[in-house]
Ligand binder design. Structure first.
Ligand code: C5P
Length: 303
């Protein structure tokens, strides 16, 4: 594996709950969030770069919109692994994207997590999950979860994870929008909408935990909640009609995913998800739809 190439697959995430608390001293918001990793995957192939340095090549969903220098989290992830291992960061990273860009599904974070795992394997670093998770947290709030996958509660700025056991598998439809939303801009809009109001500390919903423990999609659909949704709708008013449409089509629940603009709809089962996907596509209110299931494991070497 060390001399050849390493392929790592990494999932997108949806926040089943995203409760946003007060702004902290460091500018981040205190969160109580529940992540679920879903089966929309990006893939990173890492191989030695004989020319030296990090070379990033991107294909797939929105590839031409992304930086390939250290403005890309995956590039920075490779440098951090090399620094931790005390090796030269000579790696070619071929990144294939299926997760929407700036879509609220943590695609950039996923690519960083996949790169951490891929470079560690390529360079035979043997870094523990704890060390990788520490590096992940330096890169971004959602990167540790992309490593871990499954279902997890995220506290702090979202990087402190507690795994959550859940029963069963959930069927999702994701409605992808034209163009993304900037996460900092959505948080700023959230602050603006809340101006003058006191913001309580966020906590995880008991009903949501019960739904996951019981494997009850109907209860989970009712418990979906996102404090950033009002801000995303304020910046993208058309999303409101899309959420209404999902409701009319019989989704068990619908919510803006993370900071948006992707909207996530929970279905009863895979067949229902396909019906929902057809209904959502036929109206032309979203760019495209994807069906997926969750939870799935985090960034893993494949093949
Ligand atoms: O951690 P990450 O770099 O992914 O966060 C992107 C941006 O999202 C931050 O710069 C900040 O504006 C916002 N954010 C926040 N509070 C969090 C997580 C993210 O305000 N808990």
């Amino acid at each position: 594996m060390g001399q050849g190439s390493v392929t790592v697959r990494v999932p997108a995430k949806v926040n089943l709950q995203l409760s946003v608390g007060p702004v902290r001293r460091d500018g981040y918001h205190e969160l109580a969030t529940v992540f679920q990793a879903v089966s929309l995957f990006d893939e990173v192939v890492a191989r030695p770069n004989p020319s030296g340095g990090v070379r990033l090549v991107i294909s797939g969903e929105g590839a031409d919109l992304l930086p390939v220098d250290d403005g890309n989290l995956a590039h920075r992830a490779a440098l951090l692994v090399a620094e931790n291992l005390g090796v030269d960061p000579d790696v070619e990273l071929a990144l294939h994207k299926a997760i929407p860009i700036a879509g609220g599904m943590a695609g950039g974070s996923a690519d960083a997590a996949a790169t951490l795992v891929a470079c560690d394997a390529l360079w035979r670093g043997g870094l523990t999950r704890e060390v990788l998770s520490g590096i992940a947290a330096q890169l971004g709030s959602d990167v540790p979860f992309a490593l871990q996958g499954g279902n997890a509660i995220g506290t702090g700025r979202g990087e402190q994870l507690t795994p959550v056991l859940s029963r069963g598998s959930y069927s999702w439809v994701f409605a992808l929008a034209d163009g993304g939303l900037s996460t900092p801009a959505v948080y700023r809009e959230c602050d603006r909408l809340r101006e003058g109001r006191s913001v309580p500390n966020p906590y995880v919903s008991d009903i949501l935990m019960q739904a996951l423990a019981a494997g009850d999609p109907v209860l989970l659909g009712k418990a979906l909640h996102n404090d950033l949704q009002a801000a995303a709708l304020s910046l993208r008013p058309a999303l409101s009609a899309l959420l209404d449409l999902g409701d009319d089509l019989g989704a068990l629940g619908g919510v803006v995913s993370g900071s948006g603009p992707t909207c996530a709809f929970l279905a009863r089962d895979d067949e229902h998800a396909l019906d929902l996907a057809v209904g959502l596509t036929s109206t032309g209110m979203c760019r495209t739809v994807r069906t997926a299931t969750g939870p799935v494991v985090g960034a893993r070497v494949v093949g």
